[in-house]
Design a protein around this ligand. Structure first.
Ligand code: CA2
Length: 140
């Protein structure tokens, strides 16, 4: 399952210097192509609502092999997403298009990282490619 959090539906519309010009559909399409090369299929969701993301995570349990998640700004304070991910049994990869550690101090904390198998940040769209390769390697 590939999950995107709040405001990521606006990618490509603002702040191209931080997030590039690709839209969310571009990133998801790219991730799908890469996943197929690893013999993986993607179910993708984006939501601006914490509870809806949590519902998606619950629905992934027992059904999806791995979760790749860009939680948007929920990364920095959404402990309920942390708890939901902690109840997921497979690999979890946290992805960020920008490098939050190189930005404002409030972005330096991730409450997702402690329950992720690993985190990939700062590589733009390539982060999704790295995430799919990491999932494939973990599942192999
Ligand atoms: O770098 C990332 O992928 C982030 O998860 C993006 C989040 C940000 O809060 C995280 O700290 C890092 C925010 C995405 C907001 O994206 C927009 C794109 C265009 C217009 C408005 C917002």
């Amino acid at each position: 399952m590939l999950l995107h959090g709040p405001n990521l539906n606006l990618l490509g519309e603002r702040e191209p210097e931080v997030y590039g010009t690709d839209t969310l559909d571009d990133h998801v399409g790219f991730a799908r192509d890469v996943a197929e090369r690893h013999d993986l299929r993607i179910e993708a969701h984006q939501s601006n609502h914490e509870g809806q993301l949590i519902d998606h995570i619950h629905h992934a349990r027992g059904r999806c092999d791995a979760i790749v998640i860009n939680p948007g700004a929920f990364t920095h304070y959404a402990w309920a997403i942390h708890d939901a991910l902690a109840a997921f049994e497979g690999p979890i990869v946290e992805v960020h298009i920008s490098n939050p550690n190189a930005r404002e101090p409030w972005r330096h904390t991730s409450v997702i990282a402690p329950v992720a198998t690993g985190s990939i940040m700062g590589f733009g769209q390539q982060g999704y490619e790295l995430a799919m390769a990491a999932v494939a390697a973990k599942l192999a």
